[in-house]
Design a protein around this ligand. Structure first.
Ligand code: CA
Ligand code: CA
Length: 93
């Protein structure tokens, strides 16, 4: 944080999917320059918005078998995939 302007900057790359990088709680203090010096303190919570930076991944172990005489419409199995992103960015179809 720039102590003169109050501008808050990133100091390292962010990754919303990392538990330690989804949000940041900062403590900020404002001080005046007169005597007696007066201060105010506040908590600043910064949320990291999601970007669609993860591709879907198939879950391991997807191997299916079906009988040769299975009827048309027979459910062979379910293929599952997941995506680490949030909301629509992580919705797999
Ligand atoms: Ca995604
Ligand atoms: Ca993401």
């Amino acid at each position: 944080m720039n102590s003169s302007t109050g501008e808050v900057f990133c100091t390292r790359p962010l990754d919303r999917e990392s538990p330690s990088s989804a949000s940041f709680l900062l403590s900020v203090i404002a001080r005046d320059a007169d005597r007696p010096r007066m201060t105010a303190e506040a908590a600043l919570l910064v949320h990291v918005d999601d970007e669609n930076d993860n591709a879907p991944e198939f879950e391991e172990g997807n191997e299916l078998s079906v009988a040769e005489d299975a009827e048309v419409g027979h459910l062979v199995g379910v293929v599952k995939a997941k995506d680490a992103d949030e909301g629509e960015n992580g919705r797999v179809t």
